[in-house]
Design a protein around this ligand. Structure first.
Ligand code: NAD
Length: 360
């Protein structure tokens, strides 16, 4: 028996999550996965009900679950709240309390949506990249940090870039393991020509790489990687990097594919427990209209089956169903071209479910 905590959240969260849970429940029944679903409030809706974006009880449920499926949090209604009780605080608390040290974002281009990208068809056709970003270390957490007054009246701001051997090994190991299930290529990104922290990064990744002789390891400087992602992205399979470089590169890689409504993500702990969520927010401008694209959340659920539960086959079936439905021309508003017919969130979810039913 495995437990999934469903935190639909605010805005379009409940709409896209509704379609996702239907698909998960169907696969659960067919594959006899023994998944149990629990629901709780998170974000603005939790603040409205309990005065906190994340209650102790929801955190307890998240810790007890094997995986968390999250919709989105936030919206204009809660923007004036004190920072400490803003909906987004719930996400930060969940990430740190669950010790989610690795963030994974796939950037895959679906043949039917090649023209939705801002890059030329021949550059992005066929790309399938997994960006693995370390999430709990680096310059965001390193000490000392602060802003101090200097005797001459100026101010001086400083942060510290820090990584330990253990932190680097942990994320690199995951990168090699994930690459084994893909094209067996890892590109590790650093700035080892200038930064000592990333010189250590390169040394540790290289040493660990010897344990994975079947995986090809390359190193690349971050500035070159930023350029290569738009010049020739097909060269990449798994990209692994630290928190700061990953913050920027994962957004860049994700945007190769076009629409924000299509992009899933996973954040993993060492135990393979994970939190799975679309990268988009609560989209207040379209919330409640039933027009949001549920695919990012549905693909996040597929990542969960693969990465936390080790069920690659059903995950691939969900991905294939999404591809089929897109191939047949089905489009929610965000991915429809002017003049093209648009379907609702529910119609998109139902079409994916019925494709899935054909292969079971
Ligand atoms: P957003 O991602 O919510 O929306 C940006 C644009 O993309 C909007 O026009 C929206 O309609 C569109 N969009 C997003 N998801 C879509 C989908 N599935 N289908 C179709 N269109 C989609 O970003 P924002 O407007 O900057 O933020 C809105 C709120 O969400 C804010 O309160 C913000 O703090 C919060 N937010 C939450 C998360 C999260 O929960 N992980 C992430 C980002 C932003």
């Amino acid at each position: 028996m495995a437990k999934i905590l469903v935190l639909a959240g605010d805005g379009i969260g409940p709409e896209v999550m509704g379609e996702t849970v239907k698909i998960l429940q169907f696969v659960n029944g067919q594959e006899k996965l023994g998944l149990e679903f629990e629901n709780a409030l998170v974000g603005g809706c939790s603040y409205d009900a309990h005065g906190k974006p994340l209650t102790d009880e929801t955190l307890r449920l998240a810790k007890a679950a094997d995986a968390v499926m999250l919709g989105a949090v936030g919206g204009p209604k809660w923007e004036e709240l004190d920072y400490s009780v803003r909906p987004e605080r719930a996400l930060l608390a969940l990430r740190s309390e669950l010790e989610l040290f690795a963030n994974l974002r796939p950037a895959k281009v679906y043949p039917a949506l090649v023209d939705a990208s801002s890059l030329k068809r021949e550059i992005i056709e066929g790309i399938d990249i997994m960006v693995l970003r370390e999430l709990t270390g680096d310059i965001y957490f390193g000490k000392p940090k602060g802003v101090e007054k200097l005797p001459d009246g100026q101010e001086r701001g400083f942060n510290t870039m820090v990584y330990t051997t253990h932190e680097i090994e942990r994320i690199a190991k995951l990168a090699f393991e994930i690459a084994r299930g893909r094209q067996k290529k890892v590109t590790s990104i650093d700035k080892a020509n200038v930064l000592e922290t990333t010189e250590l990064w390169r040394k540790v990744v290289t040493q660990l790489g010897k344990k994975y002789p079947d995986v090809e390891l390359k190193h690349m400087y971050v500035d070159n990687c930023a350029m290569q992602l738009v010049r020739y992205p097909k060269q990449f399979d798994v990209i692994v990097t630290g928190n700061l470089f990953g913050d920027i590169l994962s957004d860049e890689a994700a945007m190769l594919t076009g629409s924000i409504g299509m992009l899933p993500s996973a954040s993993l702990a060492a135990s393979k427990k994970g939190m799975y969520e679309p990268i988009h927010g609560s989209a207040p401008d379209i919330a409640g209209k039933g027009v949001a694209n549920p695919i990012a959340t549905i693909l996040s659920a597929a990542m969960m089956l693969d990465l936390t539960f080790g069920k690659k086959a059903p995950a691939q079936k969900i991905e294939a169903a999404v591809e089929k439905v897109l191939g047949a021309g089905l489009r929610t508003a965000d991915i429809a071209k002017p003049g093209e017919a648009k379907v609702s969130t529910q119609q998109a979810g139902e079409a994916i479910l019925s494709e899935l039913k054909k292969v079971y």
